[in-house]
Design a protein around this ligand. Structure first.
Ligand code: B12
Ligand code: SF4
Length: 446
């Protein structure tokens, strides 16, 4: 039997990070049946690979912005008699939609459902829907790191799933549940050692949790011996707890270079409207300075253009970047399927815009302020992104990266910002050329 596992093209093209599901689902498959021939396709890196693909079964993993390209790939494969199974966060939130483009859909996590899918396929009894359980994470195989070539420079490792908070915009929480499930530390160490590269990404929603600082310290201490550098998403609240300083030192000594922080909203009002209770009331600026004092570089990710946001917030975010000496990466707010935000915004959504617009670069709903037209929000998004990624800012940031991270954190900062700048400039030019089309679609929706 021949199996292809496919990650459709990302909206802004090739990224240096290997889509983690490919090598992970390959490992789950190998564990179930070592005779299956597996081919991995990261379509951003090899856009034509699906055209000539020879396989019996295709597993396609879809996020919301990759759903439409995923459905196009499925149509082509099914026309050639290949069976298609969908999975991933979007397929789990919209199973009926995904089923209309495929033969089967896995709703939820893969571990409990995928072996059954393979058995049913082999016996010719594929079902329409499979439900993956939220298992204890003590039996995850090591992803087949290195199986995917295609110039990907970073692999991802997961050490936990789940989150106790309820941010309205979050599509991960409804998917992974509220209980934090940690992997055994020795499994994490085993997987880090299996990563072929010298640098990796911790792909958890949060690498450290308030109330579980000691667990983070134990894990970082165990990872010291790996000799590898890493980065990941971390929240700000645990940084300021009594154990925070010990935790940051342990993270730094385990090779952590940069923390990506979900800053989420510029104003506290928007933070409250998002019910981002993990962040409300935290002295966020002090936490960022504490991180840098411990030798860890900081990048902030945040959303603009919510119905509570104002035109001023676009400008204020650039000022914040300068004040804190950090790099900042905005996106326009996306109400993903399965989220509370989508239910709240439902009356205002431009329903004409398909999932291919859910990339973070389009205004997707009406705004109460008449000055915040869709066009204005999109234009300001590009302008503030490109201002944050201006060459003087990127170079100035070199002097703000903590010296303890030299030279890796400095190189990483350049390497991550320059390609994004290039991609953003191309996208802005394309947006300017397509604007009339987008406007027309939005007016149809009004
Ligand atoms: C690492 C990461 C990336 C990486 C790699 C992408 C990837 N996911 O493969 C990069 C940096 C490229 C990336 C980019 C983007 N990302 Co991203 N990313 C993540 C992150 C932090 C971790 C993903 C991870 O480690 N997955 C590990 C794998 C194993 O988990 P998984 O894919 O979910 O798979 C599990 C199940 O879903 C299921 N499953 C998945 N697929 C399939 C398929 C089959 C057949 C089966 C049986 C099961 C199955 O089984 C797995 C194990 O149970 C997540 C947040 C999160 N914690 O999920 C966001 C996340 C996936 N990203 C998201 C988005 C939107 C993006 C962007 C597309 C847009 C943006 N503006 O940021 C960009 C694209 C930028 C570009 N260059 O074009 C959203 C998706 C939301 C949604 N509803 O679609 C998430 C959930 C973040 C969020 N909080 O909103 N991302
Ligand atoms: S803190 Fe908020 S955004 Fe992060 S995983 Fe939890 S609910 Fe989602």
């Amino acid at each position: 039997m021949k199996l292809a596992i496919i990650f459709p093209p990302l909206p802004f093209g090739w990224a240096p990070i290997a889509p983690p599901i490919l090598e992970y689902l390959a490992a789950l498959t190998r564990r179930e049946d070592s005779s299956i021939e597996i081919r991995l396709i990261s379509a951003s890196a090899t856009p034509d690979a699906c055209d000539t693909l020879d396989c019996d079964l295709a597993a396609i993993s879809i996020l919301t912005p990759t759903a439409v390209p995923g459905y196009r790939i499925a149509e082509k494969l099914r026309a050639r008699g290949i069976k298609v199974v969908f999975g991933g966060i979007h397929a789990s939130a919209m199973p009926e939609e995904a089923k209309s483009y495929g033969d089967a859909v896995v709703i939820g996590e893969a571990e409990s459902a995928w072996p059954q899918v393979l058995r049913d396929f082999k016996s010719g009894a594929l079902k329409s829907f499979y439900h993956g359980e939220r298992l204890v994470l003590d039996n995850m195989p090591t992803p087949l790191y290195g199986m995917l070539q295609d110039r990907h420079q970073f692999r991802i490792l997961n050490t936990s799933r789940g989150c106790p908070y309820n941010c309205t915009f979050c599509s991960v929480k409804p998917f992974m549940g509220e209980e934090i499930r940690f992997r055994p530390i020795d499994h994490v160490v085993r997987d880090v050692n299996a990563i072929p590269e010298k640098m990796y990404i911790n792909g958890d929603e949060n690498i450290w949790w308030q109330g579980f600082e000691q667990r983070a310290i134990d894990m970082f201490t165990a990872l010291k011996g790996s000799g590898k550098k890493w980065m990941g998403f971390g929240s700000l609240r645990p940084v300021l707890t009594p154990a925070g300083s010990r935790m940051l030192n342990a993270a730094r000594e385990s090779g952590m270079l940069t923390v990506w922080v979900g800053w989420d909203a510029i104003s506290d009002e928007s933070l409250k409207a998002y019910k981002a209770n993990g962040k409300v009331g935290v002295d966020r600026e002090r936490a960022v300075r504490t991180l840098k004092d411990h030798g860890i570089d900081v990048s902030l990710f945040y959303m603009l253009g919510s119905r509570e946001d104002s035109l001023d917030d676009f400008k204020r975010s650039v000022e914040l970047a300068d004040r804190l000496g950090v790099s900042m990466h905005p996106s326009l707010l996306v109400p993903y399927p399965g989220t509370e935000l989508l239910r709240q915004y439902d009356p205002y959504i431009y329903k004409e815009l398909g999932w291919e617009y859910y990339t973070g670069a389009y205004a997707l709903f009406e705004h109460p302020d008449p000055a915040m037209t869709p066009e204005k929000r999109e234009e300001l998004f590009y302008e503030s992104s490109l201002e944050l990624l201006s060459l003087p800012r990127i170079f100035r940031h070199m002097f703000n990266v903590p010296r303890q991270g030299f030279p890796h954190a400095h190189i990483l900062s350049m390497m991550s910002q320059l390609p994004v700048r290039k991609g953003m400039k191309i996208a802005y030019e394309k947006w300017k050329a397509d604007k009339s089309y987008v406007r027309q679609k939005q007016h149809q929706a009004d």
